[in-house]
Design a protein around this ligand. Structure first.
Ligand code: NAP
Length: 311
């Protein structure tokens, strides 16, 4: 594609979509590139309780994201579905080479987010999609009346465990310490839920089964004791959901943009070390990764990209 856009935004999560809304509203010629479906992590989040204003009955990640997408498109943001394979960002015109096309722009906002960390047990790859999952909203229904295990102790693990109780008959949270990291208010709801059980000081060491997952080996990190947990004979299977945090989606920018442990370093105005290249949302070094901070980043990045273009 020969066209040179004012701005290319990479990633259509809350940060990228908000950048699109701001840049589109400022009449910039904007292209938003996304390789999968819109929304990033909130597309797989069932309940959004703390995004200001999101108190509509039944508000979910997908419903909030659908409105953000609509709003961005209303302001004329153009869309491309493509996977970017390489980038040339240092020149005045930035070039992004995708599997379908090559895209050019004077400014770029990187809003590629993060993806779930693997559980880290033996045989994990073999059972992803066959009992192991990282998305309760996507896969909970497969475990209607079955038993499921959730790994992690943060907000995601505990909230998703509560969601899973709507389907599973029993949900056991396996946490590597004897205290949850999740916010107190979230913990209280989980402790009060009779379907939720806890396996403290434990990590999943191995997953097993024939076609589907039906066994896990859990290690007590304090005593070293190994316990084999087998699915109930009548069930023949169970679910294992991993919610132990995220890894940044930044491999494409390694050696190009300054990073700290894979997260892109920016100044408070979302500028990276490369003029005309900005980063927004979970991909950035920051202390709070939430929808509200991602959207704020997106708004700032788009405004700063506009100022850069004016100069
Ligand atoms: P997180 O807060 O980083 O928690 C990760 C959890 O997984 C921790 O409990 C951690 O244990 C555990 N863990 C990490 N590595 C592990 C490993 N290798 N094996 C076993 N356990 C491991 O991640 P998150 O829950 O995904 O949340 C990410 C961010 O999103 C946070 O800022 C969170 O507040 C936010 N969030 C907010 C909401 C909400 O406000 N409603 C909902 C979801 C997420 P330790 O505790 O021992 O470190």
């Amino acid at each position: 594609m020969d066209k040179i856009y004012d701005l290319i935004i990479l990633g259509a999560g809350p940060a990228g979509l908000t950048a699109g809304i701001y840049a589109g509203r400022s009449r910039l010629d904007v292209l938003l590139i996304e390789k999968g479906s819109d929304g990033g992590q909130i597309a797989i989040t069932d309940e959004i309780e703390n995004y200001p204003g999101a108190m509509v009955e039944g508000e979910s990640g997908p419903s909030l994201i659908a409105r953000m997408t609509q709003q961005a498109e209303k302001f004329g943001v153009q869309r491309a579905r493509d996977t970017i394979k390489s980038v040339e960002l240092t020149g005045e015109v930035k070039k992004l080479v995708g599997s379908k096309d090559t895209y050019q722009a004077r400014t770029v906002i990187i809003a590629t987010g993060a993806f779930p960390k693997p559980i880290g047990c033996e045989n994990e790859g073999k059972f992803v999609g066959k009992g192991i999952s990282f998305c309760a909203t996507c896969d909970a229904a497969f475990f209607e009346d079955f038993e499921v295990f959730v790994v992690g102790g943060g907000d995601s693990a505990v909230e998703e465990a509560m969601y899973l109780t709507k389907f599973a008959r029993k949900v056991t949270i396996i946490h590597r310490r004897d205290q949850l990291r999740a916010a107190r208010s979230i913990q209280e709801k989980a402790f009060a839920n009779p379907k939720i059980h806890f396996l403290w000081d434990s990590v999943v060491q191995r997953a097993d089964g024939e076609e589907l997952l039906n066994t896990i080996v859990v290690k007590n990190v304090k005593t070293g004791e190994l316990t084999e947990i087998k699915a109930d004979e009548d069930d023949g299977l169970f679910g294992l959901f991993g919610f132990i945090g995220y890894n940044p989606n930044s491999a494409l920018f390694e050696g190009v943009v300054d990073m700290d442990r894979g997260y892109i370093i920016t100044d408070p105005d979302m500028r990276t070390n490369i003029p005309g290249v900005f980063a927004a949302g979970d991909i950035r070094v920051k202390s709070l990764r939430q929808v509200v901070t991602a959207t704020a980043d997106g708004a700032i990045a788009a405004t700063m990209a506009e100022r850069y273009l004016e100069q």
